[in-house]
Design a binder for this molecule. Structure first.
Ligand SMILES: [Zn+2]
Length: 263
């Protein structure tokens, strides 16, 4: 799969993000919940940067300018665009409940972006829908259609139908997400109860995060299987002024880290 140039994807990401915020103003002034998103977002993105540096993938996130916003919407949704532009809908907050629950979602969505899943999918869609012309040509000749594809790829709109990630992409995002949240100081074991709660939310309009190729049970089983690896990265946050999370769990003994392979 030929990846699209990151610089163009970042530009599309930041333009789309700005446009989205024009139509959907962020929660302002900040609420306790939106402040929680900002703080968990900051911790998670710092963990992502460290992980990428440590594993020789620093180039992948070159030019990332992280931004986290919360918008008022009943949709159970969250997404991350290339370049680090993250959106959380208030509709997902009753499911995430606490900081660790939020970290599950942010870790997962950020993982899709930095592992180039969205880029691959965009490239695929340009091939299928526009005959494989380059992104630059697509933007020049079919600007609206190209932007619509981009929004569908990143889970912003479902105008073009749900463009679900492959099972392999979902699993990779789940595993990387667990590592990111663990490195950010959130107990990755929290992912199990989060996905159990999400499974109950299924319904007829599944958000990206529920675009489960892996069935709920299968996904949870795979997460459980990966937890021992993720726990190696877990260091509970030192001072937990804002964290009501589980602070009684002792840090896991450090063992050699094998990590997750990023293609
Ligand atoms: Zn996903």
């Amino acid at each position: 799969m030929k990846l699209l140039p990151n610089s163009m994807m970042h530009k599309l990401g930041s333009e789309s993000y700005t446009n989205f915020l024009k139509d959907n103003p962020p929660v302002n002034p900040p609420t306790i919940q939106s402040a929680m998103v900002t703080s968990v977002g900051r911790n998670t993105s710092m963990a992502v940067q460290k992980y990428m540096r440590d594993h020789g993938f620093a180039k992948r996130i070159e030019g990332y300018q992280w931004e986290f916003n919360v918008v008022e919407s009943p949709d159970v949704n969250a997404w991350c665009m290339p370049g680090g532009k993250v959106m959380v809908y208030t509709g997902i907050l009753p499911v995430t409940k606490d900081e660790a629950g939020l970290a599950v979602v942010l870790g997962h969505e950020i993982a899709h972006a930095i592992a180039d899943h969205g880029n691959e999918r965009m490239s695929q869609q340009l091939a299928v829908q526009l005959g494989g012309i380059s992104l630059a040509v697509a933007l020049e000749q079919k600007p609206q259609q190209t932007r619509d594809i981009f929004l569908a790829v990143y889970g912003v709109s479902s105008q073009l139908g749900q463009l679900a990630y492959s099972r392999q992409h979902e699993l990779e995002a789940d595993k990387l997400g667990l590592i990111f949240m663990a490195m950010a100081g959130y107990d990755p074991q929290r992912a199990v109860s989060f996905w159990q709660d999400m499974a109950l939310k299924g319904g007829n309009k599944p958000p990206e995060i529920l675009s489960t190729h892996p069935s709920d049970e299968r996904r949870i089983a795979q997460i459980r299987a990966f937890l021992p690896e993720a726990m190696k990265y877990y260091k509970p946050a030192q001072s937990s002024t804002t964290s009501p999370g589980n602070t009684s769990t002792p840090p896991a003994p450090s063992k050699p880290k094998t990590g997750v392979k990023i293609k």
